[in-house]
Design a protein around this ligand. Structure first.
Ligand code: SAM
Length: 219
C-alpha cells in the first residue's frame, strides 16, 4: 500500500474513541463489554481502508468485528467509513498484529480474516508474512478452539506459501477456491485491493482453514 503521510491522522483517530478504541490492551479478555453483548468476534488483520470490515458488519449485525491496521494514515480512511455508517458492531485498532496477544486473550476471537496481505516475496522477509508460523501461533493464542482463518489474495506465490504454512502447522482445510469470482461462493464482500486487482483481470484465491480441537486429527 502506498502511504501518504497524514500528520493529522493521529488526532482524528483520538477524536473517535467509539470507533477507534483507545488503549485496547485494557480490553483484553473483555471485548464483550466493549460491544455490550456476547456475540462472536471476527477480526480482520491488515484491514487497510476498511471496506470489507464495514460491509461485513452491515451484512452480519449479530457478529462483532474488529479491523486491525498498523498505519494511522491508512486506518483514518476506515474510520471515515465507520463515522458515516454509524455501526455498533465494528471497531478499529491501530496496532501491530505482531502483538495480538497484548490485546486479546485466548477465546476472545472466533475468526481471523486475512485479505490481500502484503506478500513480502523475498525469503529473508518470510517472518513478516501474516501467514508465517509465528503469526499462526499468535492467532491460535487468541482464537477459540476450532477457530478459523479465512484468507484471500490475488498473489499466487503468497497463496501457495500460505497453504503450505497452514498445512505444516496442522490446520485443516475447509474451503478452497482457485478462482473465487468464477466460483459459486456466496456472500463475498470485495476489499479495496480485491476490486483493484480483479478489475485488472487477476484471479482471486480463497481458502478457509481451521485449528484442530484436541480430539480432531486423532485416529
Ligand atoms: N485488506 C485490505 C484490502 O484487501 O484492501 C488491505 C490490503 S493491504 C495490501 C495490507 C494491509 O495490511 C496494509 O494496510 C498494511 O498496513 C496492513 N498490515 C501489514 N502488516 C500488518 C501488521 N503487522 N499489523 C497490522 N496491519 C498490517
Amino acid at each position: 500500500m502506498r502511504l501518504r503521510n497524514k500528520p493529522w491522522a493521529k488526532d482524528k483517530i483520538d477524536q473517535y474513541p467509539q470507533y477507534a478504541v483507545p488503549n485496547p490492551e485494557l480490553n483484553k479478555g473483555k471485548w464483550d463489554e466493549v460491544f455490550e453483548n456476547n456475540n462472536p468476534l471476527h477480526i480482520e488483520v491488515g484491514t487497510g481502508k476498511g471496506r470489507f470490515i464495514t460491509e461485513m458488519a452491515k451484512a452480519h449485525p449479530d457478529i462483532n468485528y474488529i479491523g486491525i491496521e498498523l498505519y494511522d494514515s491508512v486506518i483514518v480512511a476506515a474510520l471515515d467509513r465507520l463515522i458515516e455508517a454509524e455501526l455498533p458492531n465494528v471497531k478499529l485498532l491501530n496496532i501491530n498484529a505482531a502483538e495480538l496477544d497484548k490485546y486479546f486473550a485466548k477465546n476472545d476471537v472466533d475468526r481471523v480474516y486475512l485479505n490481500f496481505s502484503d506478500p513480502w516475496p523475498k525469503t529473508r522477509h518470510e517472518k513478516r508474512r501474516l501467514t508465517y508460523k509465528e503469526f499462526l501461533k499468535s492467532y491460535e493464542n487468541i482464537l477459540v478452539d476450532g477457530g478459523e482463518i479465512h484468507f484471500k489474495t490475488d498473489n499466487q506465490g503468497l497463496f501457495e506459501y500460505s497453504l503450505m504454512s497452514f498445512s505444516e502447522y496442522g490446520l485443516l482445510l475447509k474451503f478452497l477456491s482457485l478462482d473465487l469470482h468464477k466460483s459459486d461462493f456466496e456472500g463475498n464482500i470485495m476489499t479495496e485491493y480485491e476490486q483493484k486487482f480483479s478489475e485488472k483481470g487477476n484471479r482471486i484465491y480463497r481458502c478457509e482453514v481451521k485449528y484442530q480441537n484436541d480430539t480432531e486429527g486423532q485416529s
